[in-house]
Design a protein around this ligand. Structure first.
Ligand SMILES: Cc1cc2nc3c(=O)[nH]c(=O)nc-3n(C[C@H](O)[C@H](O)[C@H](O)COP(=O)(O)OP(=O)(O)OC[C@H]3O[C@@H](n4cnc5c(N)ncnc54)[C@H](O)[C@@H]3O)c2cc1C
Length: 380
């Protein structure tokens, strides 16, 4: 007997919503469920006093893929936001990523060749120090970073921030975490190298709403507590939730790093003058402060809105009841993931996709690309 839907899509995040869009456009009937009370997954924005607050962490769309950029812009216009974070080290402010503005503030150098000489001098010092300690290759993150950018940048802009992020001293973290630390010898504070970036005007919810047009959506609906009845509704299931949760954690938990947010609504128009300020010292307990209005308000519009919303971000150890954010790709989790993947391959009519089901960090643009690819595979 024909079922009510062609696809049950578990998760109304960017992956599920993009897949739903592709399938409904091809005439498939889709039911999209989410256990949360809203659509959008981690891109969801809550409107507070006219400001779109990125509830699950700051999201900046960036890509060099013209097809993806045109796709998202066909639903909602993107603004001119350019990510240019500031580092605050004990009240000293530095531009990120490391560029001529950073080097001028750090050493007073004015030309690229002066900056290059300074960096080379500090790298040499680090290499001599390492050799004196009997190491020919960096054996931890601290040595690796010192070799790449030298002592001053490491101590003021990398050490404290990285230790807060990972919850461990840099000399106890593996060197491979930092493969490259690009230094730019130009006055360019644009964090991303991508051709396109911005924030959807009116927030990400508008993009997701548009993607879900044509699908039936049920919120507050958890697949795993109503598995039997929901499975009967559709011929095929796309599951974008956590892979280990789908199998009731029967082989153990896949581990994550999490972030907790402390949100404040302040009766002032401008708190820090920038969307992203990283606190790179080790004494400040949070890693960064996001001031959400700067993602969508520019120039005079900032002053005209009398309120602001900030989020302090704390990098936290993950426990099973917390939001899973960043997969931990160590040996234990990689092995466990392989075992769960073997179980997943045996599931009939269930496909797994998205950052949680794949246990892999993806930015938004690759998430859309992956959903395109999966939809194309399903349709051929
Ligand atoms: C802190 C943070 C900051 C980020 N910043 C950026 C950025 O600046 N730029 C960028 O490009 N990318 C960023 N990303 C990545 C971005 O969030 C992801 O690419 C995107 O959210 C992936 O979409 P998804 O649909 O796979 O997952 P999600 O957004 O997590 O959606 C999965 C959905 O499935 C639902 N679900 C799970 N289990 C069940 C169940 N059992 N039943 C029903 N529903 C279920 C969840 O509630 C959720 O809504 C960031 C990620 C994090 C963690």
């Amino acid at each position: 007997m024909k079922k009510q839907y062609d696809y049950l899509i578990v998760g109304a995040g960017l992956f599920g919503a993009t897949f739903a869009h592709r399938m409904t456009k091809s005439g498939k009937r889709c039911l999209v469920i989410d256990r949360r009370a809203h659509i959008g997954g981690n891109t969801y924005c809550e409107n507070i006093s006219g400001i779109n607050v990125h509830k699950y962490g700051a999201h900046i769309f960036h890509t060099s893929d013209k097809q993806i950029w045109n796709f998202v812009n066909s639903f909602v216009e993107f603004n001119r936001y350019t990510n240019s974070p500031i580092a605050n080290y004990h009240g000293e402010l530095y531009n990120l990523p490391f560029n001529m503005n950073t080097f001028n503030r750090m050493w007073g150098v004015v030309t690229p060749s002066e900056a290059m000489d300074k960096i080379a001098e500090q790298r040499d010092q680090a290499r001599r120090q390492m050799l004196a300690e009997g190491c020919s290759e960096p054996s931890n993150l601290e040595q690796q970073a010192l070799l790449l950018v030298g002592k001053d940048i490491f101590e003021k802009l990398i050490k404290g921030y990285t230790e807060k992020q990972w919850g461990r001293p840099c000399n106890q973290l593996p060197a491979f975490i930092i493969k490259r630390l690009p230094v730019r010898l130009v006055f360019d504070n644009n964090y991303f190298n991508d051709t396109y970036q911005g924030i959807p005007i009116g927030g990400y919810n508008r993009l997701i709403e548009k993607l879900l047009e044509g699908s039936e959506v049920r919120l507050n609906t958890d697949m795993l507590t109503q598995r039997d009845e929901l499975s009967k509704l559709a011929d095929r299931i796309l599951y974008t939730g956590a892979l280990d949760a789908y199998f009731d954690f029967r082989l153990g938990y896949l581990q994550y790093r999490s972030v907790s947010f402390e949100q404040e609504v302040l009766p002032i128009s401008n708190y820090q003058g920038n969307a992203v300020v990283n606190y790179t010292d080790s004494e400040t307990p949070f890693t960064r402060i996001i001031e959400h209005k700067h993602f969508e308000m520019f120039g005079e519009a900032v002053n005209q809105c009398p309120t602001t919303v900030i989020s302090k971000e704390y990098s936290t150890e993950w426990t099973p009841k917390m939001e899973p954010y960043y997969p931990v790709n160590d040996e234990r989790n990689t092995e466990l993931l392989q075992q769960y993947r073997s179980l997943a391959q045996k599931e009939k009519n269930v496909i797994f996709g998205g950052r949680l089901a794949e246990y892999k960090y993806y930015d938004m643009a690759p998430t859309i690309k992956n959903a395109f690819d999966l939809a194309a595979k399903e349709l051929c």
